[in-house]
Design a protein around this ligand. Structure first.
Ligand code: ATP
Length: 435
């Protein structure tokens, strides 16, 4: 049973060191979060799983890592300076601000009575800052609101250096910043977040085919990593929802405790961005196809996902409570690729006699996997802790291990235990995890 309530995850994240409110010792910094020892590992696993599927396992994509700060020209050409805004309304009664499209039937989103809203006005979501040592005299720069523009402005560089030709993709994972009017729902909407985006460049006639392809491929990715299919849906945008660059967008949505919410948008950006940047920069951003003797500006299909939101969805879907030996436990049934630790090595007792062997085993396993080592508390409590943080396997070293050179592998999901020779441990672990 996945979590029904966001607080189940928020509490677990705080208690076990996944996610903390940012700057908490100063009372917190609204809607910002820091990823702790486990959360930083899991977030990295989400991003690496994306790179694995989108780059490593394909021969038609490459990865880049572009700058976060950009000059106004980039965002002027992309249309973000003029168009990247949300409709802001003020309440004249409670003096709060809301996104107009988050207000249903003029009702206050916070359930307050008697709210009166002003007409909406466009509020640009980009963070602007100044580059240079003297305040007031520097150049205006913007923090990117999406990673996408890094791929467009590097299109010609990548084409020349990577020997790729359409259809091919440029992928990027990194931070983006939006001055959201109403951040909230834990890590679902924050002003600083990480995106996992791919610009897939295709011959214009192949646009619709690749759009279909990416909608399905992206949905499959979430299912393969453990989200039940019925908690996901693909929702095509209505015409009035489309971004300024899009000729058609579908969202992959997840059933959050408050309802369906977007994890990823798959957009047909056509040749909009490359044309805009070619015109603004005076550089050629097209492709010459020697086979057909044709020169064209590729069309772009963009699957754009958020790493933090996706991590929240994986946590919610993996959350479970069950009863083992008449004792209630909380267990995160995370896919092994996403779990912060793959294996926990647990000497049965803290006695010095077991530590050397347990540490030797930890040393071997940690060459290949992120592992935990824990010799505090009773073994049952240590199993519960590993269950709660989603560790798929525990390896227990006991006094018999010193005689029979074997250890016990305990499975998180079934709590089943199997004895295996230490010499075969790595193979066993790899077979169970699947990597
Ligand atoms: P929303 O409608 O929820 O504001 P969006 O349609 O503006 O999202 P996109 O521009 O399509 O979002 O960005 C791609 C992905 O980046 C989103 O699907 C989401 O996962 C992530 N994302 C966007 N804004 C935020 C945010 N403020 N906090 C966390 N993740 C975000």
């Amino acid at each position: 049973m996945p979590a029904k309530d966001l607080d189940q995850i928020v509490n677990l994240c705080k208690r076990r060191g996944f996610v903390y409110p940012s700057a908490e010792i100063y009372g917190g910094f609204r809607s910002s979060y820091d990823y702790g020892p486990l959360g930083s590992l899991m977030l990295r696993n989400v991003k690496e799983s994306w790179i694995r599927t989108m780059v490593q396992q394909r021969d038609d994509t490459v990865l880049i890592d572009a700058a976060i700060l950009g000059p106004p020209q980039v965002f002027e050409a992309s249309g973000h300076l003029a168009n990247f805004s949300d409709p802001l309304v003020d309440c004249t009664v409670c003096n709060r601000r809301f996104r107009e499209d988050h207000i249903e039937e003029r009702d206050c989103p916070q359930g307050k009575k008697g709210c009166e809203f002003t007409e909406s006005r466009a509020f640009n979501l980009m963070f602007k800052t100044t580059a240079g040592p003297v305040e007031g005299s520097g150049a205006d720069v913007y923090m990117r609101p999406e990673t996408a523009q890094g791929m467009f402005v590097n299109f010609a560089n990548v084409l020349q250096t990577s020997r790729k030709r359409p259809p091919f993709g440029i992928a990027q994972v990194g931070k983006s910043f939006r001055n959201e009017i109403t951040p909230g729902n834990f890590i679902f909407r924050t002003r600083e977040f990480e995106q996992m985006e791919m610009e897939f460049f295709v011959p214009p006639a192949e646009g619709p085919k690749w759009y279909e392809y990416w909608c399905q491929a992206r949905l499959d990715w979430y299912v393969e990593l453990g989200i039940p299919r019925e908690m996901l849906r693909i929702r095509p945008h209505d015409a009035d929802e489309l971004s300024h660059y899009s000729a058609g967008t579908s969202d992959v949505e997840f059933m959050f405790p408050w309802g369906w919410g977007e994890l990823e948008g798959i957009a047909q950006r056509t040749d909009f961005d490359l044309t805009q940047h070619a015109n603004a920069s005076g550089q050629k951003l097209d492709f010459f196809d020697q086979a057909t003797n044709e020169r064209y500006i590729p069309y772009v299909i963009e699957p754009a996902a958020g790493a933090n939101r996706t991590m929240a969805a994986f946590l919610l879907a993996a959350y479970d409570e069950d009863v083992v030996n008449e004792e209630a436990r909380t267990v995160l049934r995370l896919h092994p690729r996403l779990a912060p630790y793959k294996v926990a090595v647990l000497p049965l007792s803290k006695k010095d006699t077991l530590s050397p062997l347990a540490r030797e085993i930890y040393g071997k396993l940690s060459q290949r996997y992120m592992c935990d080592y824990d010799e505090t508390q009773a073994i049952g409590r240590r199993y519960r802790r590993q269950d709660e943080i989603g560790t798929p396997l525990c390896v227990t070293v006991d006094f018999d291990s010193l005689e029979d050179n074997a250890v016990t592998i305990r499975h998180r999901d079934s709590t089943e235990q199997v004895r295996v020779p230490i010499a075969e441990l790595l193979d066993n672990v790899s077979n169970i995890l699947g990597f």
